[in-house]
Write a protein that binds this ligand. Sequence first.
Ligand SMILES: [Zn+2]
Length: 291
Amino acid sequence: MKTVTIEEYGVNTQYDVYTFGSGEPHITFTAGIHGNEVSGIYVAQRLIGHFIKNPPVKGTVKIIPTVNAAAMRCMQRRSPFDAVDLNRVFPGSESGSISHKLAASIYSETADADILVDLHCCGQHGLPYILSVYSESAKVRNLVNRITMPIAVHSEGLGGQLFTESCRKRAQAACIIEIPSGAGDGAVNLKFADVCFNGLMDMLKSEGVAAGKVEGHAPTFYGKLIDINATHAGLWQPEKEIGAAIRAGERIGRMDATDVYAPADGMLIACLPCGYYLDDKPYIGMYVQKA
Ligand SMILES: [Zn+2]
């Protein structure tokens, strides 16, 4: 293990890099780019635990479990030093503030990856999914196809993210995995962390990096996430289960006395539980359509 320190005007942040095995292929995992997304950090640490006991059969596995350590310590998404969202500033800059320097360092540390999986969290009330720009590259689609989690979603493809920059500027096979968080700050969703860990182990087996047979199935590919918002604040009472297949125009639930309908044939990938949601046009869930 090596520790990298990034310094700027009296503050610093550090990250640890665990490397197992040697040679091709190079597979890299990052987590904690957003400091409060701890289910991802937990999965990265489980992968470290696995490779300490079972070194790679072939190839190199590099794991950076807590990229944004200062943000994690504050249990928040952004750096406490400069309030920058680290996953918007890749490939980073040596001359910028500490988050820009950290991004540049992580971008360089992940430059040799053939496969790069960045672990994140997607809120408490939904299903885990693989997020990628699978339509842009056969290499990416092939990677996603071998991570045996049930759901693969197409990203909006916003630039400045580690995975989008890595796919487009370095022709790497890169993706994000979004794992639901546990109930409360710092809480891990163990059930979905397991789904993610097992899906990644299957990918590592299919690469010949980990021993054993692939056990899971290729994901179903969906389009981009569609936010569902109610027309007004009030008492939300959902009627469909998360994961349910729903037809266009079917009722998902009611906001006070107003029906909220499915925007298209698809699946409810996230949905808030019964409660009072008092924002203007409050968010109540997310929806995906089969690709
Ligand atoms: Zn994130």
